[in-house]
Design a protein around this ligand. Structure first.
Ligand SMILES: Cc1cc2nc3c(=O)[nH]c(=O)nc-3n(C[C@H](O)[C@H](O)[C@H](O)COP(=O)(O)OP(=O)(O)OC[C@H]3O[C@@H](n4cnc5c(N)ncnc54)[C@H](O)[C@@H]3O)c2cc1C
Length: 385
């Protein structure tokens, strides 16, 4: 199968088992949770049992010890069936576990990582009302008071931050000024239940309706200095490094969604007849399907290649941005073509195309909008030097 080209036998087996799980466990319930806009503890628990919540964590922390490419295959296969469940897993691994594993102290790793691999969740609080694309405009402040941080501010749109099984979040703060007068950023761990820290679930989303999204409020919230993630002043650098990798999981969600939309559209086009012929035999539809197939081949090979670069320890800032941009725009095209090929049925919930159509939109916005990806790429090729 072309989707397994150049994969190891372990990676092929992994894909089969995730696909089976997504088809048998998630698919029958996905639309119901989406309609009710409800986070599923039951499915999250089952995903934890499958090892998806500690996908790339080494076994010493209770993780599955997967390489990054294998983790990306997990996200891709979940997104083929349901964006919300894929979002829970992708945000938890890339944004929740990633920073603690990459920058945390040994004590922090030992305290949190085994629990996060076993089924507890963790958020990554970067975005604020005045700081989305413009993360440098972060307003949340932290100052030192003897052996504590006192934090004030708020965050918005934070995935996984307010479920009953969320342990805490990593919060990006402005902690002072650097020698050159620029802001100093520090990432601080804040556990749910800390006095002065409140999480509120957001509702009314168009997409990922069964994933948890939250507003966070910090009012004179006091946490020990030992909750600093890595070094004081390293927050912005950590955030950029986290997003470089996180973008690959958004790319995987785009690829998986496009694959799901493609399979649905192709099957329908071969079965649906108008004027006595299957609609797949009309060139207008056949060319749409050909275009998606071309996009899938290119997207998959490129994304997997970037994952291999990452697994080899290479820097992937430009390549990650390209993969995220390409896969999310492919998902947009594929979902649009899928609805069009299904005609009126494409607009009805029970046929599945409309959920792909809604879910793809976040991929062009979250973890850096398409415009910001183009900015990253154009900077990397020296346009503004
Ligand atoms: C469901 C969901 C889950 C999320 N999960 C998380 C999470 O877990 N953690 C977290 O920290 N954040 C999260 N986010 C936030 C997300 O990353 C931001 O929404 C995103 O980065 C865009 O920021 P913004 O919404 O403030 O848009 P803005 O930055 O206000 O951008 C608005 C528009 O202007 C464009 N624009 C802005 N600046 C430029 C520029 N310089 N050049 C060209 N165009 C520009 C943008 O591309 C966009 O089209 C989530 C968002 C959603 C909706």
């Amino acid at each position: 199968m072309p989707i397994n080209r150049n994969l190891t036998s372990e990676q092929i087996l992994l894909r089969e088992s995730v696909r089976k799980f997504a088809e048998e466990v998630i698919k029958p319930k996905a639309l119901e949770y989406d309609e009710k806009e409800e986070f599923s503890y039951e499915i999250t628990n089952q995903m934890a049992e499958m090892g998806f919540l500690g996908a790339f964590l080494p076994e010493e922390y209770g993780g599955s010890g997967l390489d990054y490419l294998s983790y990306i295959i997990v996200v891709e296969e979940l997104a083929r069936i349901d964006g919300s469940q894929a979002a829970t897993v992708a945000a938890h691994n890339s944004l929740g576990i990633g920073p603690i594993y990459n920058f945390g102290s040994q004590e922090q790793k030992e305290k949190y990582l085994p629990q996060l691999a076993a089924g507890k969740l963790w958020g990554f609080g970067l975005t604020e009302q005045e700081a989305g694309s413009d993360a440098g405009n972060t307003q949340t402040r932290a100052y030192e008071d003897f052996n504590d941080w006192i934090i004030n501010g708020s965050k918005i749109f934070i995935t996984n931050a307010s479920t009953d099984i969320t342990l805490g979040s990593t919060i990006l703060t402005v902690s002072g000024q650097q020698h050159d007068g620029r802001k100093e950023f520090t990432s601080i761990i804040v556990e749910n239940g800390t006095p002065g820290y409140e999480t509120r679930e957001m509702s009314g989303k168009m997409m990922w309706r069964a994933s948890n999204t939250s507003e966070l409020y910090l009012h004179d919230c006091r946490v020990p200095i030992t909750n600093t993630l890595g070094k004081k002043g390293d927050g912005f650098k950590q955030m950029l490094a986290t997003l470089d990798k996180g973008r690959l999981s958004i790319a995987a969600m785009g690829l998986g969604l496009a694959q799901g939309a493609f399979e649905l559209a192709l099957k329908y086009a071969k079965e649906r007849k108008t004027f006595g012929r299957a609609i797949s035999t009309y060139q207008a539809n056949a060319f749409k399907l050909a275009d998606i197939e071309m996009g899938l081949e290119l997207a998959r090979n490129y994304l997997y290649d970037v994952c291999r670069m990452l697994d080899n320890g290479e820097k992937i800032t430009k390549e990650g941005a390209i993969a995220k941009l390409y896969c999310s725009e492919l998902a947009h095209t594929a979902a649009n073509h899928c609805v069009q090929i299904l005609g009126g049925y494409g607009l009805m919930k029970e046929y599945g195309a409309e959920k792909y159509y809604r879910n793809q939109k976040l991929l062009e916005i979250g973890e850096g909008t398409s415009e910001i990806q183009r900015l990253v790429i154009s900077r990397m090729i020296g346009c503004y030097d």
